[in-house]
Ligand binder design. Structure first.
Ligand SMILES: N[C@@H](CCC(=O)N[C@@H](CS)C(=O)NCC(=O)O)C(=O)O
Length: 201
């Protein structure tokens, strides 16, 4: 297998890196420079026509793209420790939280990155009002997540899961582009500390 990936802080590749570390798995990696647009090279698009990283190339040449699909596949091959839940309910609960984090928080954070960050200015026609609106939506999503979390524990039930990895990488990337978790969101901040300790890297 070959993991086609990119260095931090790219949040989607980092999800797979944290997942592999949590499983104690290693595999060969090819790191592409997003800033040199290596993920858009013809040979790379031939493997993943979506033109994004990460993607996993199997030994027979088949390709799995999309972070969660890659991790789900590896979780089936290497079930311990389970990071997608052990029962039907836990699997559904993990999926539910992954979708919530990706749609409620990941989408606005992505819009702030695209429309409000100098590093993406040459890639899209930026709409500053879009960035501002998205920044507010990201703040609302953080507040909502804070209200859903308990004083300890994890996003999808009592055990850490892929949903925690997705939220951790999204929050870290948000911080990197200047969207910090507000000081008053004590539960989310405490969860963030726990998640960094549980999934270092
Ligand atoms: N839905 C995809 C998103 C992948 C993605 O957006 N990757 C970013 C790096 S974090 C990328 O390749 N960006 C370059 C581009 O879209 O051209 C996943 O979950 O893997």
């Amino acid at each position: 297998m070959m993991l086609w990936t990119a260095p931090d802080p790219a949040p989607n590749p980092r999800r797979v890196h944290l997942f592999l570390a949590a499983k104690g798995l290693e595999m060969p990696r090819t790191e592409l420079s997003l800033f040199k647009r290596e993920h858009k090279a013809e040979t790379v698009l031939g493997k993943n026509p979506r033109g994004q990283v990460p993607f996993l190339e199997l030994d027979d040449g088949r390709v799995i793209a999309e972070t969660v699909a890659i991790c789900r596949y590896l979780d089936e091959l290497h079930p311990e420790p389970p990071l997608f839940g052990g029962t039907a309910f836990e699997r559904a609960e993990t999926d539910m939280w992954i979708r919530r984090v990706e749609t409620a928080l990941g989408v606005p954070v992505g819009l702030v990155w695209q429309h409000g960050h100098p590093m993406t200015a040459r890639l899209v026609e930026q709409i500053p009002a879009m960035a501002e609106q998205a920044r507010a939506r990201a703040g609302e999503a953080m507040a909502w997540l804070d209200g859903q979390l308990g004083d300890d524990g994890w996003l999808a039930g009592p055990r850490p899961s892929m949903a925690d990895i997705v939220l951790l990488t999204t929050l870290d990337f948000a911080g990197w582009i200047g969207i910090d978790v507000p000081a008053e969101l004590a539960r989310l901040r405490a969860w963030h500390d726990r998640a960094r300790q549980r999934f270092p890297g």
